[in-house]
Design a protein around this ligand. Structure first.
Ligand code: NAD
Length: 262
């Protein structure tokens, strides 16, 4: 018996088998959910479909979240092929590489707009198009990072985007709560993924994380998947509008323990 038996989940953001979205997909599958995927077109045949096949999934539909027409088309296909949607996962983000280095004050107008559009507005667009398919008891999840709360060197415009994302989670939770739909974010510690490697200084951020985090280990996509199962399942039935940290306690620390390193 799985915690997600009988639930249908649609996951946006698998790029490869290191993606947080893939960790969530595996965990959902292990707990009995039926899982479908959407990713940008160039990744579909080479990357996403082979992974989907590993867990017996045939729903693999392309979408660039900047395009309202493509977003609508995914949910139209979902409605026709699958029907009800119980779990929606938004695990994607983008900023120009130039804006993930140097100073935040130098962020261009265009760079700011694209980061907020792809990384934040997309959650609103997905939630709106998903709404007709979501049954009471369903759950929407997104992925955030500590840079939303505190300044993290080089995270820059993405920190501002994550702050807006966490605020959007609260507004969406208030809108959709009366329909029985919950909306939450997982704020994950650093994980080596394609997106993470676009951030200048990520290697150092990743390397020192273990020394500061009380649980003294790095975060895995499996750890995020486990919390995602809880947030998607009926066990978290009264939890909405929250940002849950999966960071080994990193975010509770003020002054790191000077004896911890090494
Ligand atoms: P990833 O590179 O595996 O996934 C990012 C995904 O975003 C990719 O699949 C990419 O195709 C997709 N994407 C980018 N632009 C898109 C667009 N226009 N339309 C559709 N999809 C688009 O990296 P990840 O680290 O698994 O990222 C998933 C989420 O987790 C992101 O929101 C990221 O900010 C967040 N996050 C990552 C970390 C980390 O350290 N890796 C920590 C906390 C939060």
């Amino acid at each position: 018996m799985g915690l997600l038996d009988g639930k249908n989940a649609l996951i946006f953001g698998v790029a490869n088998d290191h993606s947080i979205a893939w960790g969530i997909a595996k965990a959902f599958h292990e707990q009995g959910a039926r899982v479908g995927f959407s990713s940008i077109e160039s990744l579909i045949e080479r990357r996403v479909r082979p992974l989907a096949e590993q867990i017996g999934s045939t729903f693999v539909v392309p979408c660039d979240v900047r395009d309202d027409g493509q977003v609508r088309a995914v949910f139209d296909r979902w409605g026709a092929d699958v029907g009800r949607l119980d779990i929606l996962v938004h695990a994607l983000a983008f900023a120009d590489r130039a804006d993930l280095d140097g100073l935040f004050v130098d962020t261009s107008r265009g760079g700011f707009a694209i980061a907020l559009d792809v990384s934040v507005y997309s959650l609103v667009a997905l939630a709106r198009e998903a709404r007709p398919h979501l049954a009471p008891g369903s759950s929407i999840l997104t992925l955030s990072y500590y840079g939303a709360e505190k300044v993290v060197a080089h995270y820059n415009v993405m920190g501002v985007a994550k702050a807006a994302l966490e605020a959007s989670v609260r507004y969406l939770a208030a809108d959709l709560g009366p329909e029985g739909v919950r909306v939450n974010a997982i704020s994950a510690g650093p994980i080596r993924t394609v997106a993470a490697h676009g951030i200048a200084g990520f290697k150092q951020m990743y390397g020192t994380f273990r020394d500061v985090a009380p649980l003294r280990s790095n975060i895995t996509i499996e750890a995020v998947g486990g919390t995602a199962v809880w947030l998607a399942s009926d066990l978290s039935g009264q939890v909405t509008g929250e940002t849950v940290h999966v960071d080994g306690g990193f975010s509770i620390m003020g002054v790191p323990n000077p004896d911890a390193a090494g």
